[in-house]
Design a protein around this ligand. Structure first.
Ligand code: 1PR
Length: 559
């Protein structure tokens, strides 16, 4: 089996990259010290520099381990080199994310944070990497008559991005340095999605998480195919569309009374069948996830819904579910349930939330989702006059793996009031009055799957976790869960109005029209469905087809 070398300098979840490379029939060898790279002149035919999270954190680790000069020398030697995400950012001179830390300076330029006045930051989701014909003519060596694709990049494909900082694109600047550039648009900002020059390819997006389109790019790099003709009828074009509408399939997982780990689904969080009282069994987690991947789901989320009873360290089957899914499902995977400081049942030793999260990341998760513990942390934050301790699960995991890896899952339920003055909580005026005709409500945050309710409203929780370094909110709604009556648009607008990080709408989806309604009626960043997919009433593909017919941009599944 041919071998590619990966540089291991503690740069976050790299399991998926290994899975993608192995799927393509290559094997991975790890570079564990700068000496290994120095020997590269003879021994290392191809090198990949992965990276995720914080520029300063990654580059400091990288520099402290002594990699800067050996990697620069490797690149100068002319051997194939690929950088991914922070691995692309590392090639620049620096980033405003950590002005005191230097990049490798192979590309002249600085990275800057996206402008969050007009859009959510981080930029999370599927976007383009388009090489305009003009850049190609200047810098890539065209072969044949037709239009050329650079390293398998195609203008009709979408790639998975997750980052807050990027190389904002100024036409001609990088091209003058000899780079061929593929760009994407986020809001009004155009940024660099990928660059290529001589022996170097670097992508801001994660090819290992970008389905068949991403695997094609990795394959082209591994096989040394810098350019290839585009399929007939497809031409390079300037970037236009921007981020596509993200559709997420969610699997609530638990052990049923027979001891099997099953995908289940509740009605307003009650997962037991009304007649026989058994836990609803809607399928096997790994199989279901694979189905949704093949239907074109942009992400898959697993929620271990009973882990509050026990520590997830005991939930080894869940880790196995993740491992197996990550081996064949090349889209981002999120896992939630039980992520908090805990005690290892085997040893009695305290395990911090970061250790629990690390287990999940090593098993193939790209993001972890925190529910109950976020509520406890937010209550402590307000009790201490909005003081951050640096010790909460959100803060420690965000610090180590980056904000984009930390989702907070909120389980709110409506509390109706007759008069706004009757509570200090964030009130909305509702078009769905309460049982006694109340025209106002607030949303109380719950823990332990709705079993316990906190005196904390959803806006308080969302703003607190944003301050702690959470990168995305998964906004459920107990009143809407399993009702097939559409998302709670009032709830979504109120949370979107309070935070700058992306928000995923969840609970209530029953048909494609509900997805269209939430995307057209709110500024939400992604929408999630569960029951309608599990029961086979809708496929993700059909939902996307209907959204596309309404003019909403979606990613199509590529074989
Ligand atoms: O509190 O950190 O241990 O995490 C537990 C996680 O499990 C939380 O994210 C919490 O939302 C979830 N959870 C706990 N109990 C339940 C339950 O259903 N009894 N499920 C539960 C939450 C909600 C959604 C669901 C949507 C869409 N599931 O994710 O998939 O409501 O459903 P629909 O499209 O069918 O309407 P911790």
């Amino acid at each position: 089996m041919p071998t590619v070398h990966l540089l291991d300098y503690a740069a976050g979840n790299i399991r998926s990259l290994v899975n993608a490379i192995e799927k393509l029939g290559w094997q991975v060898e790890w570079i564990k010290s700068p000496d290994d790279v120095a020997k590269a002149e003879v021994k290392i035919p191809k090198l990949i520099l992965p990276g995720v999270g914080h520029f300063g954190h990654c580059l400091t680790q990288f520099a402290n381990a002594g990699y800067v000069e050996p990697v620069k020398a490797y690149i100068r030697s002319g051997k194939p080199f690929m950088g991914i995400c922070v691995g692309l950012q590392a090639l620049f001179e620096g980033s405003t994310e950590s002005s005191s830390v230097s990049g490798l300076g192979i590309i002249q330029g600085q990275l800057r944070r996206f402008n969050d006045a007009e859009k959510s930051v981080p930029h999370i989701g599927w976007n383009s990497a388009n090489t305009s014909s003009s850049t190609l003519t200047t810098n890539a060596a065209p072969g044949g008559d037709g239009e050329q694709s650079v390293y398998g990049l195609r203008p009709d494909s979408k790639y998975y991005y997750v980052h807050s900082y990027g190389a904002l694109y100024t036409p001609g600047e990088l091209e003058k340095q000899g780079w061929t550039v593929a760009t994407a648009r986020y809001g009004s900002e155009e940024f660099v999605g990928a660059v290529a020059r001589e022996n170097v390819l670097a992508t801001q997006f994660h090819p290992e998480k970008s389905g068949a389109a991403g695997l094609r790019v990795i394959k082209a790099f591994l096989e040394g195919r810098k350019t290839a003709p585009l399929p007939p009828g497809i031409t390079n074009r300037d970037v236009k569309e921007g981020l596509t509408r993200r559709i997420i399939a969610c699997l609530d997982v638990r052990t049923n009374d027979q001891g099997d780990l099953v995908v289940t689904k509740g009605d307003q969080y009650d997962v037991r069948d009304k007649s026989d009282k058994n836990v609803r069994n809607l399928g096997k987690p790994v199989q279901k996830a694979q189905e949704y991947y093949e239907q074109g789901a942009d992400e898959v989320t697993f929620l271990n819904i009973t882990s509050f009873r026990d520590t997830p360290l005991k939930d080894l089957p869940m880790l196995e579910v993740l491992r197996q899914t990550a081996a064949t499902t090349f889209v981002p995977l999120t896992i939630g349930g039980g992520i908090r400081d805990t005690v290892d049942p085997e040893t009695g030793i305290k395990q911090p939330a970061l250790a629990v999260a690390s287990l999940y990341f090593q098993s193939g998760a790209d993001k972890i989702s925190i529910g109950s513990d976020a509520v406890t942390a937010a209550e402590a934050y307000y009790a201490a006059n909005r003081t951050l301790t640096g010790r909460t699960a959100i803060e420690t995991i965000s610090e180590a793996y980056g904000a984009q890896a930390v989702v907070v899952s909120i389980d709110p339920k409506r509390v109706y009031v007759s008069e706004p003055a009757s509570t200090t909580h964030h009130i909305i005026q509702t078009t769905t009055p309460g049982p006694n005709g109340e025209k106002y409500c607030w949303y109380a945050c719950t823990t332990q799957g709705g079993r316990s309710t906190a005196d904390l409203d959803v806006v308080q929780l969302a703003t607190a976790v944003e301050a702690m370094g959470c990168g995305e909110i998964l906004l459920n709604c107990i009143d809407k869960d399993g009702t097939n009556s559409g998302f709670d648009l009032e709830l979504i607008r109120s949370v979107k109005g309070a935070v700058r990080i992306p928000v995923i709408a969840s609970s209530g989806a029953g048909n494609a029209g509900h997805f269209a309604e939430v995307f057209e009626g709110t500024s939400v960043d992604a929408a999630l469905g569960a029951g309608m997919f599990h029961r086979g009433e809708w496929t993700v593909r059909r939902v996307k087809e209907e959204l596309a017919a309404k003019g909403l941009s979606v990613r199509k599944f590529e074989e």
